[in-house]
Design a protein around this ligand. Structure first.
Ligand SMILES: [Zn+2]
Ligand SMILES: [Zn+2]
Ligand SMILES: [Zn+2]
Length: 273
């Protein structure tokens, strides 16, 4: 399977519209982008493609990276930057199978699957498949397993994608703080590639109204309550035994001299597994 990182940014992306901070300026100079989150997976055996999250930048991402249009999609949660690109399939696709969790979110009274079905009821192409976390489903010839993560106040899901032929494994944390359950960690463990939410470096917790959480040796692994810090994401990668970890959902708040260092991803990176 070929993995293309279509969108590696947080909800405003980098460069952020109207922002002239050093990081956004540096991104423009380097000609790199971190658009809103999305990952493209191509099963080269079957010729099918799976999209993880529907970025509002869907159109420009597909034009830029020239990847095939998706046959199916997974939606991790209902925030704008992961869901609102789904409307882009109008008149582009005749059929899109959308997989999303079937558990009711106490916050909305609906599951992610139900919210997707309600919001996009007008799109004939979209067929929603409510999916039970921890139960593996086969999509595009790949094995997909959703796992609950922690992104209060909404439910959110990470996932694993395994190639049953090559044994290649991709784990994606979804938007999450560091406090992921033991059971979810067990499913996410030992990937060839981990894509981990690392929204800002730990030192920026000083700027968050409620600071950091999940301190380890004085370093916060969670920024506020919703996302991991760079340090938290790297620690999770080590703990899960990831062969390789790339940080995604990266914000323009990283200082310019840290924003383009390893292991922070930028759009368009591709991995074969
Ligand atoms: Zn900026
Ligand atoms: Zn989110
Ligand atoms: Zn997000």
């Amino acid at each position: 399977m070929r993995v293309t990182l279509l969108g590696t940014g947080d909800t405003t992306g980098t460069p952020t519209v109207g922002c002239d901070c050093e990081t956004c300026m540096e991104a423009r100079e380097r000609g790199v982008e971190r658009t809103r989150f999305s990952v493209h997976l191509e099963n080269e055996r079957t010729g099918e493609s799976l999209l993880v999250d529907a970025s509002p930048d869907f159109r420009s991402q597909f034009l830029r990276d020239s990847v095939p249009l998706p046959d199916a999609a997974v939606i991790t949660h209902i925030h704008f930057d992961h869901l609102d690109g789904l409307g882009n399939v109008f008149r582009i696709l005749d059929e899109l199978a959308v997989y999303a969790a079937d558990e009711t979110d106490p916050q909305t009274g609906k599951s992610v699957a139900q919210t997707v079905a309600d919001d996009y009821h007008y799109l004939n192409a979209v067929t929603v498949h409510p999916t039970t976390p921890f139960e593996t489903v086969e999509v595009c010839g790949l094995e997909i397993t959703l796992v609950p993560v922690k992104h209060p106040p909404l439910v959110c899901y990470g996932l694993t994608v395994e190639d049953p032929v090559t044994g290649g494994k991709l784990s994606i944390t979804g938007d999450t703080n560091y406090n992921i359950s033991h059971r979810s960690r067990e499913t996410l463990a030992n990937p060839d590639l981990l894509l981990a939410d690392g929204i800002v470096p730990a030192h920026l917790c000083a700027n968050h109204p409620i600071g950091g959480r999940d301190y380890h040796d004085g370093v916060p692994y969670t920024f506020g309550t919703k996302h991991m810090t760079r340090e938290g994401a790297r620690a999770l990668g080590a703990e899960l035994g990831a062969e390789r970890t790339r940080l995604v959902h990266v914000a323009h708040y990283y200082p310019a001299d840290e924003a383009f260092e390893e292991p922070l991803a930028v759009d368009g990176e591709q991995y074969e597994m």
